[in-house]
Write a protein that binds this ligand. Structure first.
Ligand SMILES: [Zn+2]
Length: 892
């Protein structure tokens, strides 16, 4: 599974993480790390008053792997749907055996089912079985004792009712099976049904042993109205038209996998076929995106070939499909041979110019080996799935676009990990998590990937990939703990690697290292001190690393192994070095502080080819920006080879403008006109808008409105608007028909400020086009727009906001809808106070004046509105979906 968190969203994510940390303290269960893309305006902390929170710390218990008592060998499902009631009608036939010891009873996970019949199946003969069911666990009396050499077959006729689970306190992200506009009652919304197994969602739609250390083969027959397509794991082996205008599709997977990877999806799609060797590849997109399917997914066969090659194991599953769904609460999910993606990643070729989601595609594909072929035995070992999938992104970028692009990506991973570890350092392998969902964090993903990168650097490519091959071969179709990974690396390298695995997988945090050096001109020697600052309680890290010493433009590399808290190295060096580069390959997960002169930082920027070195130089030089030599360097960095370096340099324009006014302007204009990366062009447009107001720029902006990039266009529209509001509104009108989210987000912001009643239609018409996290922006901008509009417009708007606050899957979007309503409530509160104050004053000064009567009319209308809003607010608070958010609502 991958969580969308693009670079530009880091700050907002940090805010949200902090926000969520507060929620967690008050004992909420939330799933930030599975949340979708957050809008750039997101800052919930600034918008709501959380009020006093109860701080409850719970001692986490040891989270053991699920005990194996019975083993499912094969799962056969026959499924159809009651679309009106959002229910699944199922018959499950499970072929089982005792795991080792004889068994006379069986426990299955089955959440919120209505059970119709349970029987033992012997050939065609059904013998009813006794069972107990508590809405979560089905305990079945097998009627006799079975030995491990005996298989038995259980027949279960049931109805799955996922939406009933919310009554029992399940989050809307835990329902396992999602009916989206199933009865077709919402206009302009697609009908889809899909499942989300990770972590324990599968038992919401079929009875199973819902644990990653269970594995089975499967056959799923899905009966749907014939206009729908279906997709599941394995191959479509049979299709049958039924007399009632339905069709039954049977999907069969002959290779075993874990229950959380079982998947099913129903919807209307255009399917584009591709091929990898003799295997079918397919892309399920919405019909209007058919012509872009290969633009989005077209690199998949090349990725499969590359991953198969470096791992030495061919893509293991029978086919590979990728499908989009709407209202998905996370980013993407690696269901075996059928990966699912939130439709935020479904883009036109023009939208792909601004951002593609190849990292998601690579991530889910790499899971097909790490996670699906070899599965973490329990969620304590989540990083064995997610750390590898995250590193799969690096491997793809490195292969396809070179080390520079891959390093840029890895640097963001490091920052994400640092942002999280600041508040909550945790072990990678964590047996004492509070909730399984907490395991899907920047430790399991980003730190996990970074640790693998460090391991690769230590053992070398040949050992690294041979060890991965051994690990996969030895454990395929099975489950592992991190020890199995260590043993594979030890077997291949011939080296005891406990030190590495213990310190990086079992220890929380990372070393803080200070580095300093002294050059002795007489002895021509350089003394380098390395000190581990946070090395309390045996917390000393062993770190093999490289130190590059640059003299007269030439580099000499020293390889050292840091093992003590304080290490001192002496090197013979002919003259004062230009630059001493500690951790020269920027491999260590460590915070390194090293005092350097401005000249050294500049030297580092100019000399290094590494993204991390350049970024480190610029962030350190930021404080010296008053120096002309540093200003020159920032201007130079705006033309760096790395787009992210360019963007960082451009972001400093607000300070640079004080010193290099005209020159900066010229550089920015040139970037807007010439840079090949649209994100860089957009950043330059933003910098121009923030720092310059001049007529000549209007021509630059008008030209930029013709840019192919939606992102550039959207930023340009905002610049024009802030330059000349009337002109901005005029141009915005001509972009209203645009389908890009970047454009409609920009328009929402402009209309929120200057829109009249005429623009209400824009918000109403586009409400459904804001997807996932962008709905947050919608709710916020729409409530701002509604302020000071007439009551009937506001009342219509309130219905839309109420819908967001009660219906959305994501808690923070429901909260945004709720906050929007409160913004309007505050407006009426002020209006009420104002009217009362004026009436009081008039009663004293001009009693019986006609103005009083007029004001009383205003007051009673305002009070009617307030009472209307109050009843909306209380109905939002009592919505089932919102029961877990009650603490937040309490303060409003
Ligand atoms: Zn993943």
């Amino acid at each position: 599974m991958k969580v969308p968190l693009c670079n530009s969203k880091q700050v907002e994510q940090k805010v949200l993480c902090f926000f969520v940390a507060l929620l967690l303290l008050s004992n909420y269960s939330c799933k930030t790390n599975k949340n979708t893309t957050l809008p750039s305006t997101l800052n919930p902390l600034a918008e709501i008053n959380l009020g006093p929170l109860d701080t409850v710390f719970t001692e986490a218990p040891y989270q053991a792997s699920n005990k194996r008592i019975n083993d499912i060998l094969h799962t056969k499902l026959e499924l159809s749907f009651d679309l009106k009631n959002k229910q699944l009608l199922g018959i499950a036939t499970l072929t089982m055996k005792p795991y080792f010891s004889p068994a006379s009873s069986l426990q299955l996970n089955a959440k919120g089912f209505e059970i119709k019949e349970i029987a033992m199946l012997s050939g065609n003969i059904k013998t009813k079985l006794k069972y107990i069911y508590d809405n979560k666990i089905l305990t079945i009396d097998l009627g006799r004792t079975f030995k491990r050499t005996e298989n038995y077959t259980i027949y279960i006729d049931y109805i799955a009712r996922p939406e009933s689970l919310e009554k029992y306190g399940y989050e809307s992200t835990e329902l396992g099976l999602y009916f989206i506009n199933a009865d077709g009652s919402i206009p302009h919304k697609r009908t889809q049904i899909y499942t989300q197994g990770e972590t324990e969602g599968s038992s919401c739609w079929f009875p199973t042993i819902d644990s990653p250390n269970e594995k089975f083969t499967q056959e799923i027959s899905i009966t749907v109205p014939k206009k729908f397509l279906t997709l599941s794991n394995g191959l479509l082996v049979w299709q049958q038209l039924n007399s009632d205008s339905t069709r039954t599709d049977t999907w069969k997977q002959n290779l075993p996998h874990s229950p959380y990877l079982t998947f099913m999806c129903v919807g209307q799609y255009a399917v584009t076929k591709d091929v990898y060797k003799d295997k079918e590849i397919s892309y399920y997109v919405y019909p209007e995106y058919e012509k872009y399917a290969k633009d989005i997914f077209g690199k998949t066969p090349e990725m499969m070939e590359y991953f198969s090659k470096i791992l030495g194991i061919e893509y293991p599953w029978e086919k590979y499909s990728q499908v989009f769904v709407q209202d998905y609460f996370s980013g993407a999910m690696e269901n075996t041979s059928a990966s699912l993606f939130g439709d935020f990643a479904q883009k036109t070729s023009r939208e792909l110019l601004d951002d593609n989601d190849e990292d998601f595609i690579a991530h889910e594909l790499f899971h097909q080996w790490f996670g699906n072929l070899v599965t973490c035995e329990s969620w304590a070992n989540t990083t064995l799935n997610e750390g590898f999938a995250t590193y799969g992104e690096y491997l793809w970028f490195e292969y396809k676009y070179g080390k520079q692009k891959a390093d840029e990506h890895l640097y963001q991973d490091l920052q994400e990990y640092f942002a999280e570890v600041e508040n909550a350092p945790k072990e990678l392998i964590r047996y004492t998590y509070l909730s399984k969902e907490d395991m899907f964090d920047s430790h399991s993903y980003q730190k996990g990937g970074l640790v693998l990168h460090m391991l690769r650097n230590y053992v070398g490519d040949e050992v690294f990939f041979a060890a991965l091959n051994l690990y996969l071969e030895k454990n395929k179709f099975s489950t592992t703990e991190f020890h199995q990974l260590r043993l594979a690396f030890e077997e291949v390298s011939g080296e005891d690697l406990n030190w590495f695995f213990n310190q990086w997988f079992l220890k929380a945090g990372h070393p803080n290292i200070s580095v300093s050096y002294l050059y002795n001109d007489t002895s021509k020697s350089l003394t380098l001190n390395v000190f581990q600052e946070n090395a309390e309680k045996n917390n000393i890290y062993k770190m093999p690393t490289a130190i590059d010493i640059y003299v007269k433009g030439k580099k000499e590399r020293m390889n050292v192994v840091i093992e003590k808290q304080k290490e001192t190295y002496t090197f013979s060096v002919p003259q004062t070095p230009d630059w001493v580069n500690f951790d020269a390959e920027k491999i260590l997960i460590a915070e390194v502080s090293q005092k350097k002169s401005v000249a050294e930082w500049i030297y580092q920027y100019n000399k290094s080819m590494l993204f991390a070195d350049k970024m480190q130089a610029l962030t350190n030089l930021n404080t010296y920006i008053e120096l002309p030599v540093v200003q020159e360097l920032f201007l130079k960095a705006m033309n760096d080879a790395f787009p992210e370096i360019k963007k960082y340099a451009i972001k400093q324009s607000g300070i640079l403008v004080k010193y290099t006014d005209t020159k900066l302007k010229q550089v920015l204009i040139k970037l807007v006109q010439k840079d090949e990366n649209s994100q860089v062009r957009a950043e330059a447009i933003v910098a121009l808008g923030e720092n310059y107001i001049s007529n000549d720029l209007l021509n630059v902006y008008k030209k930029s409105l013709e840019d192919k990039s939606y992102l550039v266009q959207s930023k340009t529209l905002q610049n024009i608007y802030y330059y000349d509001k009337e002109l901005g509104m005029d141009f915005s009108k001509s972009f209203e028909k645009d389908s890009s989210i970047a454009i409609i987000t920009a328009l929402a912001q402009i209309y929120a400020e200057s829109g009249t009643a005429n623009e209400n239609n824009f918000f109403v018409a586009n409400a459904n086009r804001f997807k996932d996290g962008d709905k947050y922006t919608f709710a916020k901008q729409y409530s701002k727009f509604l302020l000071n509009k007439n009551d009937s417009l506001i009342n219509n708007g309130l219905l839309l906001l109420e819908n967001v606050a009660t219906q959305d899957k994501l808690w923070y979007i429901r909260l945004a809808g709720f906050n929007g309503i409160n913004v309007l409530k505050n407006m009426y509160n002020n209006k009420q106070k104002d009217a009362i104050a004026k009436i009081d004053l008039l009663n004293k000064t001009k009693p019986n004046s006609p103005q009083i009567q007029q004001l009383q009319g205003v007051l009673s209308q305002t009070e009617r509105q307030l009472s209307r809003i109050s009843s909306i607010i209380s109905s939002i608070k009592t919505t089932e979906k919102n029961s877990n958010l009650i603490e937040i609502y309490r303060s409003n």
